[in-house]
Design a protein around this ligand. Structure first.
Ligand code: ZN
Ligand code: ZN
Length: 344
């Protein structure tokens, strides 16, 4: 087949492009990709009711997605059905973080684990929780005379401020809550990325490709004439790393304030409106004002409330009360997806 020669000429590869031009092109593409295609970091609300489900709300569970990883945060009754209903990648969850062993935070877990077995899961599953969960789960499998078709590795959490998960891009740290049972929050922190090279600097100083990694790691560049070009003239800074804190359940305490300082998105329980402050204290839960006060003191970028008492149907007052203390507050609602750092 022969095309129009003029057209072919226009489409032909411009072989005169220099190696440096190609390098610029690669860096430019990387930079654009980096700016506009930051790694996925978002949480899906599967349930946000406290204690018991209502006709409108399930109890606590969230699917947090970071890049190509799926983390389940709490797994209350109905979480599996919610994952299916929202068409989320249930089979690709490899790490489950349970805050504590009150039923409204883990009673969906046995069902999910049995489904994994019946569906032939063979990927290893990690479960992080305060002590006691392994015994509960093993007893349930034993009673049904099933041996899970996949490996479950239990990680007992007994302390706050511990890094319990880490990969190339992300770490997860525990936070000690104040509640009637040992309870932990989980803090997801993106690791800082390397800065990008400035394409103008590459051209201006004719920087060889083998120097790029050193410069990105913070080194200055010395020209063949001996002039030292400081690192800040050679790079464009990477976007700031993002963070998400999951704090439920807890009474008002400032013991994890420092850990959540400046996070992009804080999910914090607010079980009651402010007029029920005495009940909240007695039951070691928070009110709207208290959750918003934590957000304000920690100077987080955005607050999301959840874990609403089943006694409430109209949530407008939750928003109003919290916003009077911390304006950038939103209310968790089932089916909602919130991108971390989008509203920072
Ligand atoms: Zn709860
Ligand atoms: Zn609880």
């Amino acid at each position: 087949m022969h095309g129009n020669p003029a057209k072919l000429e226009k489409l032909s590869i411009p072989w005169h492009i220099s190696a440096n031009n190609i390098i610029f092109l690669i860096f430019e593409c990387n930079r654009i990709f980096y700016l506009f295609m930051r790694k996925l970091f978002q949480t899906h609300i599967l349930g946000c009711s406290a204690a018991t489900p209502t006709s409108l709300r399930h109890t606590t569970a969230q699917l947090l997605q970071y890049h190509n990883k799926n983390f389940l945060l709490d797994c209350a009754e109905g979480a599996q059905k919610q994952l299916r209903r929202l068409r989320l990648p249930m089979m690709k969850i490899d790490h489950i973080f349970i805050s504590h062993l009150h039923g409204d935070h883990y009673l969906g877990l046995p069902g999910l684990l049995f489904s994994y077995h019946l569906l032939g899961r063979d990927r290893k599953l990690h479960i992080y929780s305060p002590p006691g969960l392994q015994e509960i789960i093993e007893l349930q499998f034993k009673a049904s005379k099933h041996v899970p078709a996949y490996i479950i590795e239990f990680h007992e959490i007994t302390e706050g401020k511990q890094i319990i998960y880490e990969d190339k891009h992300l770490s997860v740290e525990t936070m000690e809550m104040w509640h009637r049972l040992p309870t932990f929050g989980y803090l997801f922190r993106e690791k800082p990325a390397l800065p990008n090279m400035s394409k103008e600097a590459i051209a201006l100083y004719d920087i060889p490709v083998e120097q790029i990694n050193n410069i990105k790691a913070g080194k200055d560049f010395t020209t063949p004439q001996g002039e030292v070009i400081p690192n800040e003239k050679l790079i464009t800074p990477a976007p700031l790393p993002r963070s998400f804190a999951f704090c439920s359940d807890t009474g008002y305490t400032e013991q994890y304030l420092e850990q959540i300082s400046g996070v992009d998105l804080l999910y914090h329980e607010a079980t009651f409106l402010q007029d029920k402050a005495a009940i909240a204290r007695e039951k070691t839960h928070c009110t709207t004002f208290e959750a918003a006060t934590i957000a304000a003191k920690a100077q987080v970028k955005q607050l999301m409330l959840g874990h609403y008492s089943a006694r409430y149907d109209d949530m407008a007052l939750f928003e109003k009360e919290a916003r009077s203390v911390f304006p950038n507050t939103l209310l968790a609602q089932e089916g909602m997806k919130i991108v971390v750092g989008e509203d920072s």
